[in-house]
Design a protein around this ligand. Structure first.
Ligand code: MTE
Ligand code: MO
Length: 200
């Protein structure tokens, strides 16, 4: 499993590797895909909480998130509805930074959003420079419709894993499917293996 993730991840740093996963087309605009209305989150009430498998809570307020060291990744994103967008520029905090203060032996993560959305993935897919809590897009605050004030970015998986309006991550000893994963979408969602639906 770890070998497969590593191979796919390194493959996209190779300039000769294809940039578009199978079945995807390129788009220049930025479609909005939301399963519900855009929630309003006043920044003085905003929290991001990591809950570990023993119930321990690690929470950051808005200013505490901004005070952490940030990164400016440039990412290719791939929606399961087949659009891909290359070279999007973001700013945010690596999950490695957030998880460094959290001792855990959990294997899975269930990500939660303001508004009720959720999505699941192996905890390993949030580590080693593969995931961020982002708060800037192309040099501006992330627009509300695209997940502002802050969203998860996990660009090596289909974009439904990149929870908009993220409010927390539950670390778990077992895997628990999220919103789309209970509705027939693939549990893992690797675009390079075209894992769109259950059974792919
Ligand atoms: N909270 C929340 N996050 C979400 C979604 C959603 O409906 N709610 N949609 C997902 C899907 S299917 C995609 S393709 C991307 C879309 O992000 P965008 O609207 O910024 O393009 O957000 C993902 N994150
Ligand atoms: Mo999507």
């Amino acid at each position: 499993m770890a070998g497969v993730v590593t191979r796919g991840f390194k493959g996209r740093r190779d300039p000769s590797a294809p940039k578009l996963p199978p079945g995807q087309y390129l788009t220049r605009d930025f479609p909005v895909l939301s399963a519900g209305p855009t929630p309003e989150i006043p920044l003085d009430q905003w929290r991001f909480t990591i809950t570990d498998e023993t119930g321990g809570r690690h929470a950051w307020r808005w200013q505490e998130l901004l005070d952490l060291p940030s990164e400016q990744p440039t990412l290719d994103i791939h929606c399961v509805t087949k659009w891909s967008k290359l070279g999007t520029r973001w700013e945010g905090v690596s999950l490695d930074t957030l998880l460094s203060s959290v001792g855990t032996s959990a294997t899975h993560a269930l990500v939660h959003s303001y508004g009720g959305y959720s999505t699941n993935l192996p905890l390993a897919d949030l580590r080693d420079g593969k995931a961020w809590i982002a708060y800037r897009y192309e040099g501006e605050d992330i627009p509300g419709e695209h997940g502002g004030p802050a969203r998860l970015l996990v660009p090596h998986l289909y974009f439904w894993k990149s929870a908009k309006w993220v409010c927390g991550i539950e670390l778990r000893a077992e895997d628990t499917p999220g919103f789309w994963e209970t509705m027939g979408y693939n549990n893992y969602g690797d675009p390079w293996r075209e894992q769109r639906y259950t059974g792919d």
